[in-house]
Design a protein around this ligand. Structure first.
Ligand SMILES: [Zn+2]
Ligand SMILES: [Zn+2]
Length: 176
């Protein structure tokens, strides 16, 4: 998931390139995204390279109700301007750039004029993971009394008492 931008950086403003990502893996620390696929457009700007990408990946998360490991499909649209560490003639320096230190954002073109997309895409995928992932929309979850997986079998905990009253009043509270 590295792109060599040497050619594009020397090209005139408005030049573009594109490349595709096929079935790659991003594995950084505890984050693991597999089957990373997508399309990346790169556009030379006055200050660097504008990257627009549509990328999909799979990841495994625990269902927030039944705790079963479940595979999720993630879909991101990415747009960021990457600024080169190296100086190129005619290129305007990024805002706040003192001309000495390299840009501190993670959106940068490295010393060897390549862009490493793994960290940028990792961040985008992480923010695309649902807050409360579900293995299926109607997952019944675990019984709060005996921890039986109610998707697999029923337990006896609620048999005599039935659903609590607040559940009924909550149902009548239609939230649009
Ligand atoms: Zn579940
Ligand atoms: Zn139970």
């Amino acid at each position: 998931m590295h792109y060599n931008a040497s050619g594009l950086l020397k090209d005139h403003v408005g030049s573009s390139r594109e490349f595709t990502i096929e079935s790659e893996i991003i594995s950084i620390a505890e984050d693991r995204f597999t089957n990373v696929c997508g399309h990346v457009d790169l556009l030379k700007t006055g200050r660097g390279i504008l990257v627009q990408a549509e990328v999909t990946a799979s990841t495994t998360e625990e269902c927030s109700r039944c705790l079963k490991e479940t595979e999720f499909e993630l879909d991101i649209e990415f747009e960021e301007e990457f600024h080169p560490v190296n100086r190129f003639t005619g290129m305007v320096e990024a805002e706040g750039d003192d001309g000495q230190s390299p840009p501190d954002s993670s959106y940068r073109v490295d010393e060897d004029n390549t862009i490493d997309f793994r960290e940028s895409f990792r961040q985008a995928f992480v923010s695309a993971i649902p807050m409360a992932p579900l293995c299926k929309p109607d997952c019944k979850g675990l019984c709060i009394e005996c921890a039986t997986d109610l998707n697999v079998e029923d337990c006896d905990c609620n048999e005599t008492t039935g659903p609590p009253e607040w559940a009924a009043s909550l149902k009548s509270l239609e939230i649009n």
